[in-house]
Design a protein around this ligand. Structure first.
Ligand SMILES: Cc1cc2nc3c(=O)[nH]c(=O)nc-3n(C[C@H](O)[C@H](O)[C@H](O)COP(=O)(O)OP(=O)(O)OC[C@H]3O[C@@H](n4cnc5c(N)ncnc54)[C@H](O)[C@@H]3O)c2cc1C
Length: 158
């Protein structure tokens, strides 16, 4: 039995798990999918939350709904890929080995790379709306915003 390990059960990781599960011989391949978060966030929906078009709960669904029953789904955080041993170390110390590794851990904004952004005004007067936390905080701010100057800044992602 050979192991396929998929890191990240977001859009890419869950699509890979579904497609591979359907097309590979189940007696020869075991598929394991790992994510640190039980919930799937529909990211395009984040853009509508600050304006009250979507509520936060509209963009969240359990990841398990999108994962075939025969795929081993582990909730844990990936700490390290030890590629010389074909191993992945998880936060709780468990080590998993793989024959094929698929990395699908996505991207995150890194506002801290722009001096002044992620400091005392973060989530008070400065917001991102590219994360669930950022967009829900911005929605709260806009509820009572009386107007003024609004500056839009493009920041780096990692
Ligand atoms: C605000 C916003 C609007 C967007 N609008 C559009 C749009 O209109 N159209 C469009 O096509 N695309 C849009 N996108 C982009 C689209 O959402 C992404 O391209 C897509 O989600 C990327 O999929 P992914 O699987 O690479 O990453 P993600 O879906 O982000 O999945 C990554 C997964 O990896 C997990 N992970 C990360 N690190 C670890 C770790 N160390 N251990 C365990 N798990 C980990 C995360 O929990 C996450 O579940 C938008 C994105 C955002 C944020």
């Amino acid at each position: 039995m050979k192991n396929i390990l998929i890191l990240g059960a977001g859009t890419a990781g869950s699509m890979m798990a579904n497609k591979l599960y359907r097309s590979l011989n189940k007696d020869l391949w075991k598929i394991t999918l790992i994510d640190k978060d039980e919930n799937h966030y529909y990211q395009p929906g984040f853009l509508f939350i600050p304006f009250g078009i979507y509520a936060p709960e509209d963009v969240i669904k359990p990841k398990r709904e999108f994962i075939p029953k025969g795929v081993d789904f582990i909730i844990n955080e990936v700490q390290q890929i030890i590629n010389e041993k074909n191993e992945v170390l998880l936060k709780d110390g468990v080590v998993l080995n793989y024959d094929i590794l698929i990395v699908a851990t996505g991207t995150v904004p890194v506002p801290e790379e722009t001096p002044g952004l992620k400091e005392e005004l973060w989530y008070k007067d400065i917001f991102d709306f590219y994360t669930f936390e950022g967009t829900t905080q911005l929605a709260k701010k806009l509820e009572n915003w009386q107007g003024g100057r609004l500056v839009i800044n493009l920041c780096a992602i990692r």
